[in-house]
Design a protein around this ligand. Sequence first.
Ligand SMILES: [Mn+2]
Length: 283
Amino acid sequence: MKYKFFGLPMHYGADSIGLNFGIDELKKELKKKNHDIIEKIDVVNAEEDFDEKYIKYINSITANCISLAKKVNEAVVNNYIPVSIGGDHSISMGSISGVAKEMDIGVIWVDAHGDMNTHETTVTGNIHGMPLAALQGYGHEKLVNIFYKGPKIKTQNVVIFGARNFDYREKLFIEQLGVKVFYHKDILNNGFTRELEKAVNYLTSKINKIHLSFDLDVINPDLLPGVSNPVEDGITLEQADYIFDFFIKSNLLSSVDIVEYNPAFDKNHVTRDFTVRLIEKFM
Ligand SMILES: [Mn+2]
């Protein structure tokens, strides 16, 4: 198999309990089908300075992202495509850093949110709203310098896909930097496959390897409720399937994240079962 699967059940970035049980739930289901394929990384706690309330659990998040980055990096060096499963979206600072040390990559950030806040713009202080900024070199220096010093990806090689909820100051920052955004409303107006094709062409005109960072909250929460920060509307389950099928067939993938599965908010295990289905696509 050319893929390696890592599970980091970290909830510090969302400050939402439930996320920390996600990997065990997925492993249990996969095991029933004799697919015991996820290597679980134990979450560690670091001492925190709680005076820094606009950047909650930064030391723990940094430590856990470094653990994931090391695993992912080793997988890439051994010619595997790493699939990192969360946990909250802050784990992408680990996974992408682990890949970016070895090669230039583009990133398609499939998400209801922008995740482009910094400690200076954040409303909640939750770091899962900051990884895409930190990976481009913006925000708290501890996040920017995870695994190795400095930015991991170039703004020109980033697209946000499916977004429908930016914070006010976050949106200004995204526009100021010129990050390419394919909004959910563009998908509704122009068609899903056409917008996805435009997003992929935007990246492949500059770069030949793409990291797919997939936040389950891009999907309509009426269809997939088990996420920490649901936003009304969103893509369908079939469209999510299409994204994975497209990239798996494409030869473009450097690496993948699947994040924000939260069993505490799930209904009848639909989110668990769908996430298992996404993982099984790689087998
Ligand atoms: Mn996200």
